[in-house]
Write a protein that binds this ligand. Structure first.
Ligand SMILES: [Zn+2]
Length: 237
């Protein structure tokens, strides 16, 4: 732990890379997790362009419920600590696979949402933004197009802007905190390893990996609180 905190303090360009485990600590259900079935449907089939075009009613109901679930969920201490570290200049940005928008809600500014943001509703046809309520009500855009959330569906490519910005940030980084991702699925499996930098990995399922200097099999929120306290101790000295 001390070695890790020293590395953190010595870093000049620190990034965080977050996945589903970050949000499950806010009690947000992980729809991709084991047994994560929704009304007997595999979420992977619902979160797809296929469902958007051929099974819209179910698609709309699935995403409406997911967005409404978010209204009872708040950022946890881990989200808040990352936001404060950015304010204090320690952290330069967050690359996230999460679509919940919880990092932005916690106050983080430089957030690259690789899979989009589920609360952003727009028209599939003309691209104009809409209110969540329009989507929940199942209404169409005035152009006749279907409303949808701004998330990357199976069958779509990642948002180019967020992806390019993430690559740019990664090229500048000298250290990255990998938080709450299994590191098995693209882009998590590749992005944190594309450029040389120090790496730390925190996840309840974390495992040793020759490319990662610091591995902690722990909950993210409590872990970051401990690190944050150590950093404050140094400041006092
Ligand atoms: Zn439209």
């Amino acid at each position: 732990m001390n070695e890790f905190v020293d590395a953190l303090r010595a870093s000049a360009y620190l990034l965080a890379f977050t996945g589903a485990g970050m949000d499950t600590e806010s009690n947000l259900p992980d729809f991709r997790g084991a047994g994560g079935l929704w009304k007997k449907h595999d979420p992977r089939n619902l979160a797809s362009t296929e469902a958007l075009h051929n099974n819209y009613e179910l698609f709309q109901e699935f995403y409406s419920q997911r967005i409404q679930n978010l209204s009872s969920v708040s950022p946890h201490r881990g989200h808040e600590i990352l936001a404060r570290w950015e304010q204090e200049g320690l952290l330069k940005g967050i690359i996230t696979q999460n679509v919940s928008g919880l990092h932005v809600q916690a106050g983080s500014k430089n957030v690259m949402e690789l899979h989009g943001n589920i609360r952003h509703i727009y028209c599939e046809n003309c691209g104009v933004d809409h209110e969540g309520e329009d989507f929940f009500a199942g209404v169409r855009c005035s152009c006749g197009g279907l409303l949808r959330p701004g998330v990357t569906l199976f069958g779509e490519s990642l948002p180019q802007e967020a992806f390019h910005q993430a690559m740019e940030e990664l090229s500048k980084a000298d250290m990255i905190l990998i938080l709450g991702t299994s590191l098995e699925v693209f882009p998590a499996a590749r992005l944190p390893f594309m450029y040389p930098m120090k790496r730390a990995y925190v996840d309840l399922e974390a495992y040793a990996d020759g490319r990662i200097e610091h591995v902690f099999k722990e909950k993210i929120g409590p872990f970051l609180e401990t690190v944050d306290r150590s950093l404050e101790e140094y400041l006092k000295e």
